[in-house]
Design a protein. Structure first.
Length: 304
């Protein structure tokens, strides 16, 4: 049965700011595939050209790159040109999903709820931001992931400093109203929501350290109960479809004090580390880590 996959490249690493996390995810995926008899091999595009995939006879790619060209449609387009089926979202959904502002525009266009936000540049009136959005706010680069360059702010001076930090990662910087009822994510596999997970970090917010290295972040899955859980899963599925996502993706959202959900952002190349949310949601749906990687890989069979 495993022969149907042929020779599989686990594409990990890359040269983005999230390289370290990608290598952790890739190590887990590779081990899970090998343990189930799949002919899988590590492939780092930072160390060798993608054309090696064709020259070395790879039949498909399990993409587990995070951030940068691995998640913004660039690698996806190259693999399509090379004729190599790959896991995850296509070129368009990857490119849009990497851009938080353009994702919000798409979701807003169909009436889906998102937190209030503004775009910032060097000439922005930083002193007026809190009057418009309230306090606190989050300043973040529009492109990127893993909370890199994200800062929680309560004063105009903090916003000004945070803008300068975020602009190091992307010239397009957003400031977003803080929605503080709860932080959640929902895993969507091949268009079907698996479960939500509630995230309660011990840090100020769910930052890079909390996501990947700390052991005091509390995860509750499912994150909601009853109708609220059902509605959140439905919202995640709609958000996924509007984005044009395929294969798998994670939809992050927040709730306010009244429990209303607000879409935050998608993750079109979800993490698969020991701390990652997608495997947590899959377990709630009765899917082990090993089963999950095969289900994700199965989505490439439709591309042939």
């Amino acid at each position: 049965m495993k022969q149907k996959y042929g020779k599989v490249a686990v594409v990990m690493g890359g040269d983005s700011t999230e390289r370290e996390v990608s290598l952790m995810s890739g190590k887990g995926v590779l081990a899970a595939l090998l343990s189930q008899g799949v002919d899988a091999h590590a492939f780092d595009p930072a160390e060798r050209p993608l054309t090696d995939l064709v020259e070395e006879g790879f039949d498909r790619a399990f993409l587990i790159l995070h951030g940068g060209e691995g998640e913004d449609g660039t690698i996806q387009g190259a693999l399509e040109y090379l004729g190599v089926p790959y896991t995850g979202c296509g070129v368009m959904a990857s490119a849009i999903g990497m851009d938080k502002w353009r994702t919000k525009l798409m979701w807003q266009a169909v009436g889906l709820p998102v937190p209030a936000y503004l775009l910032l540049d060097a000439q922005s009136d930083f002193d007026s931001v809190l009057a418009k959005l309230g306090s606190p706010v989050f300043v973040k680069p529009s492109n990127g992931g893993s909370s890199v360059g994200v800062t929680k702010c309560r004063t105009a001076d903090e916003i000004r400093t945070a803008y300068a930090e975020a602009a190091k990662y992307d010239p397009l910087v957003m400031v977003e109203q803080a929605v503080i009822g709860g932080e959640y994510s929902c895993a969507v596999l091949d268009g079907k929501a698996l479960a939500t997970v509630k995230i309660e970090p011990a840090t100020e917010f769910y930052d890079y350290e909390a996501k990947y290295f700390r052991d005091d972040t509390v995860y509750t899955c499912p994150g909601l109960t009853g109708d609220a859980e059902t509605q959140a899963r439905q919202l995640a599925e709609v958000a996924y479809r509007v984005l044009g996502a395929t294969g798998w993706a994670r939809i992050d959202f927040l709730t306010d004090a009244q429990g209303k959900a607000y879409l935050l952002e998608p993750n079109t190349a979800p993490g698969m580390t020991s701390h990652s949310l997608f495997p947590v949601c899959a377990r709630e749906a009765g899917i082990s880590y090993e089963q999950l990687v095969l289900k994700i890989l199965d989505t490439t069979l439709e591309q042939e």
